[in-house]
Design a protein around this ligand. Structure first.
Ligand code: NAI
Length: 396
């Protein structure tokens, strides 16, 4: 079929298999261009199909020749109906990994469930023995709690008072003011249940209790802080509470791994266009201004540049892993540079529907958004017929 982008709100209903493949190949080429990384050789990535998780899987495999197991929740294609981009990304990743002689298997299902955890543990037992790096990169709006059966829905709301600020509809470029009503206590608890650290700890407990963690095993989850511009809706909002919980969980996991000399880290990453972040009000405007400044300064990074740097300069540099006063790895250092933030804050005040095309990098935002779904890549013939029914060779 011929597949075109079909946008609805902040999602795209279609995705392009060859474009997704191109995206994965570009990321692989980037990692290879930076040279080998002396990193973990047996890696489990939870949330491995898009965004930071996909970049982590690619960096492990093509930077460190690692065997990888990827867990994700994606829609397989049907005839006449494209699959989700993470499906096609994973198919392309496995194809390239196998070509390079690397072990790569995937599990598609709900990572919050006991069933998917058990399936993953069984696969590790059968194929890899023990794991030495676990990347936890889930971004989900919902979680069915595996013990209580309760369905928790996360919300993106401020706490305490109504938040009013500018935002942009990145499809139309219209800058408008939005007001978001504050959450209630239940919203906070639900968001923490979905995006906090409980599930991360459950994964590590399960792996450890079955003796599937190698001595010195490391686990890393991803967090975000961001500037004061977005803090009411992000870091001081419901999602921020979940990130506080995730960050606190790193300490309790580290405690539980002491006997095997293992350690848990949170890495604070840069704001980037992903399926998760485009759903958060205010963030797209912030990102489009941030991109403009960071590109001008020559310090712009995408997911793959961020994660390659995380591995090479932080996790596996050969030195002690540098952390901030709260024990977090920081690869948002360039985003949070004072001069960068001062420029973004100035542009923020000036941004209107009329000025944004010059002030911000709306075009870059849109391009990145299209790329998420496999559209807009050079070298892909989007007018040609493509086979939408792509299989992943070793999916469980
Ligand atoms: P993403 O939406 O690109 O990826 C989410 C991944 O989770 C996908 O692989 C998806 O299949 C998987 N997933 C979702 N629900 C699942 C479930 N129930 N079972 C199994 N897999 C499931 O998200 P992104 O942006 O890469 O986020 C990953 C982490 O990075 C999140 O913790 C996010 O808060 C964090 N982060 C994101 C930033 C951004 O600007 N995008 C900045 C800093 C941190």
């Amino acid at each position: 079929m011929i597949i075109e982008p079909r946008m609805r709100g902040f999602i795209c209903l279609t995705s392009h298999p060859e474009g997704c493949e191109q995206n994965v190949k570009n990321q692989i080429a980037y990692v290879q261009s930076k040279g080998p990384i002396d990193g973990a050789k047996k890696v489990l990535v939870i949330g491995a199909s898009t965004g930071f998780g996909l970049a982590s899987r690619i960096t492990s495999a093509f930077g460190s020749d690692a065997a990888t197991i990827g867990v994700f929740f994606e829609k397989p294609p049907l005839e006449g109906k494209p699959g989700s981009p993470g499906w096609y990304n994973s198919a392309a990743f496995e194809k390239e990994a196998h070509k390079a002689g690397l072990y790569a298997k995937s599990i598609n299902g709900d990572a919050f469930s006991n069933e998917i955890k058990k399936q993953t543990l069984d696969l590790i037992k059968a194929d890899l023995g023990q794991i030495d790096l676990i990347i936890y990169s889930l971004a989900s709006p919902v979680r069915i709690h595996p013990v209580t059966g309760v369905l928790h829905r996360s919300v993106l709301k401020p706490i305490g008072s109504t938040f009013t600020n500018k935002t942009v509809d990145f499809h139309t470029g219209i800058v408008s003011e939005i007001s978001i009503e504050p959450c209630n206590e239940e919203d906070i608890a639900n968001t923490v249940a979905v995006m906090g650290g409980e599930d991360w700890a459950m994964w590590i407990d399960a792996l450890k209790s079955e003796n599937l963690l190698a001595p010195g095993a490391t686990t890393v989850a991803y967090s975000y802080i961001g500037p004061s511009l977005t803090e009411a809706v992000y870091r001081k909002g419901t999602i921020g509470r979940a990130k506080d919980h995730l960050e606190a969980t790193a300490f309790s996991i580290s405690d539980s791994l002491k006997d095997i000399k293992g350690k848990a880290f949170v890495s604070v990453n840069k704001a980037l266009v992903t399926q998760a972040s485009s759903a958060i009000p205010v963030i797209p405007l912030y990102i489009s201004l941030l991109y403009k400044i960071m590109k001008e300064e020559g310090i712009h990074e995408g997911c793959i540049e961020q994660i390659q740097r995380l591995y090479q300069d932080r996790l596996y540099s050969g030195n002690e892993i540098p952390v901030d006063e709260n024990g977090r790895i920081r690869i948002d250092d360039w985003e949070m540079r004072e001069d960068v933030q001062a420029k973004v804050a100035k542009l923020w005040l000036e941004a209107t529907t009329e000025t944004l095309p010059q002030l911000g990098d709306l075009a870059g935002y849109k391009q990145d958004f299209l790329n998420l779904f496999g559209f807009g890549f050079e070298g892909v013939d989007y007018l040609a017929d493509t086979n939408e029914v792509v299989r992943i060779s070793s999916i469980a």
